[in-house]
Design a protein around this ligand. Structure first.
Ligand code: GLU
Length: 278
């Protein structure tokens, strides 16, 4: 049997709240029950939103809660070389193209077309930059226009062929990465994206069970495709339900009173907070 290696991968954009504790507990419990490993990864590639003091606070809050992790913490912002190498491989397969569009350009193009297919993450990119002539691309790059790198989804999924993945709570699911369109793999301001970094890192860290909230379920279709293209091992997934507050909303950063720090300051014990989050 494969060893259970799972992870908790928060982004340091604020203090951890009860929803995060719920997610971390799911992974930690799955690993400890199976005698496996529980890893911690800090997803801080977005320098505009992430702050080092929140990384420190995450480590402190988890330790206070009694959720210990195995091995060194992987800090994504120190691994851009790994993401670059993956991009180079996809680029060598002819599956990437530079996209110069701003959000406004994309909105305008969708309005002009009258309708756009809607994916789980919003309107699907209309493909404006997919077939720009090479000379036009070179001209815009030389002119200093910022660009992102997008995956040519039709070419990529055609190359990979039909794929499936397995979720512990849902069974086997046919991959539908096309629903998300030509996703961004490197952002204008960051030479990687969530989809790319998470897929590379789960492989580098030897993760065999991806534990995360069901709000990220749709992203898995893209991650499964990237694994196939990059020849990476395929883990199992567990997309757990989200913890809701009393009014049925999911916990978010706005719920200041329910950060672990606030609960701790209010005198709650780690065991009490684990019970609230469990
Ligand atoms: N960093 C992501 C978040 O905080 C989670 C990524 C994942 O678990 O795959 O929402």
């Amino acid at each position: 049997m494969t060893e259970v290696v799972t992870r908790f991968a928060p982004s340091p954009t604020g203090r951890l709240h009860l929803g995060h504790a719920h997610s971390a507990l799911q992974g930690w419990t799955a690993a400890r029950r199976a005698g496996g490993r529980f890893l911690l990864r800090i997803e801080d590639i977005d320098a505009t939103r992430c702050r080092p003091e929140f990384t420190a606070a995450i480590l402190e809050d988890l330790a206070w809660l009694g959720l210990d992790w195995d091995g060194p913490v992987r800090i994504q912002s120190t691994h851009f070389d790994d993401y670059r190498a993956a991009l180079d491989r996809l680029d060598a397969m002819g599956l990437l193209y530079p996209c110069f569009c701003t959000r406004g350009d994309i909105r305008a193009e969708i309005a002009r077309a009258g309708a756009a297919p809607h994916g789980p993450e919003g309107p699907v990119y209309p493909g404006t930059c997919r077939h720009l002539a090479a000379a036009e691309r070179a001209r815009r790059i030389a002119a200093g226009e910022p660009w992102a790198l997008r995956l040519d989804m039709a070419a990529a999924s055609g190359r990979a062929g039909p794929l499936a993945w397995h979720d512990r709570a849902r069974g086997t699911i046919a991959a539908r990465p096309e629903d998300l369109g030509d996703v961004v793999l490197a952002r204008k301001d960051t030479p990687a994206s969530y989809h790319l970094a998470v897929t590379v890192d789960d492989a580098v860290q030897g993760v065999t069970l991806v534990t995360r909230g069901e709000d990220l379920l749709e992203a898995t279709h893209v991650h499964r495709l990237l694994q196939a293209l990059l020849g990476l091992p395929v883990p199992d997934w567990h997309h757990h339900g989200l913890l809701m507050d009393a009014s049925g909303r999911r916990y978010a950063k706005r719920d200041r009173a329910l950060t672990l720090a606030a609960l701790r300051a209010a005198g709650r014990s780690p065991a009490e907070v684990r019970a609230m989050a469990g």
